[in-house]
Each structure stands twice: as C-alpha cells, then as structure tokens.
Design a protein around this ligand. Sequence first.
Ligand code: ADP
Length: 481
Amino acid sequence: MAEIRDASLLKDACLVDGAWIKAASGEVIGVTNPADGTVVGVVPMLAPGEVERAIEAARRAQPEWAGLAAKARSAALRRWFELLVENADDLALIMTREQGKPLAEARGEILYAASFVEWFAEEAKRVYGDTIPAPQPNQRITVLRQPVGVTAAITPWNFPAAMITRKAAPALAAGCTMIVRPAELTPLTALALGVLAERAGIPAGVLQIVTGPAREIGKVLTESETVRKLSFTGSTEVGRLLMAQCAPTIKKLSLELGGNAPFIVFDDADLDAAVAGAMLSKYRNAGQTCVCANRILVQRGVKDAFAQKLAAEVGKLRVGEGTEPGVEIGPLINEAALDKVEAHVRDALAKGARLLCGGERRDGCYFAPTVLTDATPEMMVAREETFGPMAPIFTFEEEAEAIRMANDTIYGLAAYFYTRDHARMVRVSEALEYGMVGHNTGLISNEVAPFGGVKQSGLGREGSRYGIKDYLELKYVCSVV
Ligand code: ADP
C-alpha cells in the first residue's frame, strides 16, 4: 500500500494566526476512511472563541497583505501552486484515504485545485480600475477596485482541495484574508493545503484553517461584523440557512449550491461520444459532484440504442477501494449517501422504471453503478440530486419538450446536450436556464471559465477573470480640480 512520503503534511491541528493549534478543550473529531471505516486522523474540535481569535488575526493581517504590491501576492501564490504540484502524490493519498475517490481522480483534483492558484496568481496582477469622463469639466472620476477585507469559506467533502483553492486563491490574490472551515469529513486535505501555504510564505493570519462543529463555526463566521464575505459550496438547504444568517450584517455572498443537471441526447447526436460524455459526467467521483448529470433525457428514436450502450459501459466499471490500481468507482462518502441512492432506485422501480444494470448496495460503503430506463417526472430522481452512481434515462419526443423537461427544476447549475446540428446547438444553449452548458461534452470545469449557477443553484462565479471580482469592491472617487 502506498505511503505518504512527507508525514509533515498530516496535521492534527488547525492553522490560526501562523500557529498550529489544538482545541483548548482537547476535544477532537475523528476522520474515517469511507472504504473501510478505519480512523485515518483526528482534527481539533475548536470552540467558538477559538474561531473568533482567527477572525481577529485575519483582521490584523489584512491591511498589510492588501498593502503588498500585487506582484508580491502573486509570487506567494505562485510558490503555493508549485508546492501543490510537487506534493500532488501525497496530497492525493491523503484525499483518497478520507474521501474515498480513486487515487488517479484524487491526483487529478489536486492538479485542478492547483490550477486555480496558478490562475489567480496571474490575475492578482490584473486588477484594473477605471477612469470615467465626468459630466462637469472640473470633475475627475476614477474607480478603484479594493479587496472586500476579511472573508470566510465553508466547503464540502466531495472536492476537499479544489473547493478550497477556488475560493482562497482569488481571495488572497485580491488582497483579502480568508478563514476556511472545511467539511468535517475531509479536513486532512484542507490542513495539508495549509501546511503548503505556510511553506510558500503566505503570512500569518492571511489563510487560516479551522475545524470543528459546522453549525457553531458557521454561526461565528456569519454573525461576525469583521467578516465581510462568505463563500459557501454545499447543499441548497444549508446555503439558504447561511444566506439568512448573513442578512443581519449584510455580508457579501458567493454560493455554489445543488444542481439537477440534465444530460440531453438528441437523435442526431454521435451516440458513442454521448455515452463517453455521460460516463464522465455521471460516474466521476462515484456520482458525487454538483455538476453530475442527474437526469439523462434521450430522444425516442435513439433511446434504446443509447441505453444499451451506456449500460454496457457502466457494467464494466471497476468498483473498489480508491487506492487499488485500476479502480474507477470508490465508496460513497457514508451510509446516508448510500441510503439516498437506494431510496431513489427503489422509488423509480416502484413507479415503473426498468433496471438495466446495478441497483444494489454492496458490502461496505459501495453502490453498484446503476442505469435505469423509462424514468418519469413523478419519480424522486426527477426532482432531487441523487449524488451517487445512478443514471435514470427519461424519454422525450421533440426539442421543445426536452428544453421544458430540462428547465423544470428549481436548480440551474450545469446542463449538457449532444447534437451535431449547429442551429439546434445555438437554440438549445440559449434556452437552457443554467449557469453552465456543455455541448458535446460531459466535462466543463476548468480554472479559466466561470463556474456557477442560476436560480436556486447559487450566486456568483468562481474561477476565470470573473472569479476575482467577487472578492473586490468598487470605490468611486469624484475629484474636483
Ligand atoms: P453536503 O451535502 O455536500 O454535505 P452540506 O450543505 O450539508 O452539503 O455541507 C457543506 C458544508 O457545510 C460542510 O462543510 C458542512 O459541514 C457545512 N455545514 C452544514 N450545515 C451547516 C450549518 N448549519 N452551518 C454552517 N456550515 C454547515
């Protein structure tokens, strides 16, 4: 079994004000490997007062960090990026042990996470203001972009590294400081990122990582008048709650919430390409991504052919512990995740769906990769995110019906469609009420494009040249000369 080469990346303490601290109470949270339930580490259960210390440190550190030349902030981020890449193997192993995803995917996520740090190290130098022609001859109007100030991030367990760097890198590039509270299920990857940030020379208080109880820490971060912005990735339900908690202090918010992604296959599609896209979109991270295809909508003429091809590919997927070579589907994160997938499968079968492959839980935290056909809008899978390795196939007759079905949800994160017809490509991409659309592809995330949703999938965009704007305020200066 692979071993972590640099044991100093494994931390059982939080990064607060440049020091690695444990909870004064001595309390810890155990971190388990979803593949076998073994404990792979412990992290501090910080108390609210200890998180308040981090907020205070972030407040003190922020003016000096923002006062550096952009080039100096850029250089520190660049060093962090290089260290992430150099340590990708160790970071991937830490991630697989606490999250379960196959090692190759974990390594892919580390490089993806690092790409945001590289990108925003570059963007740090390109925060431009404006001059505006004034209505009076003696006026001069300038617009400055200044950092929002102290910011906080609450992140989920499905992408333990990338969901942190996608927030922290633009925040730091802009001159903000950030306190990150990672998911309690995957804090070890977050702490390892903190070790490397410190090693890269990011000063005390600029990036801090706090672990502990979600609700209590969420309350401290949202109620603080010092924290000027919260960036959250997670469920729509918790997003709503945090948005309400941020209302009294009128905090800025970035929310990246749930999705219910349609994956539409038109009868003029390249079916093999569509199957390959569906495999990537649906089964990556065992179906536990917010942009995962949740509903596969296939035009009647190609439905049976597509379903057979997809089921044949899905049947070949190798399920097992993420550290085993060749494994493509790891365990789900916990029992609750298995219960949800099982409930969706049972409900669909009870309402008339047909099982083409999989459908059952396996020993441990595994669910057999599943394909169902003849799904209908009455089924749970039509409304809720399954967040597991199960693809339900719905049938439609014509383009307008596919668009209606695709948009019939409170969510609006990612959508995918396959067609070889150019006019249809234009019509459909304009009609889909989603923040991101993949045409003839099942994989759309990268650091250069704006990631985010519409409707109840969220607010703001991450990555791209738009991503840094969420960490900047505009200041208009009117000068009379
Ligand atoms: P997921 O389904 O991905 O676990 P959640 O929205 O439950 O989504 O969790 C996302 C993150 O939000 C996790 O770090 C979790 O611990 C945290 N979280 C959950 N509930 C709260 C809350 N009430 N306040 C603050 N953070 C929370």
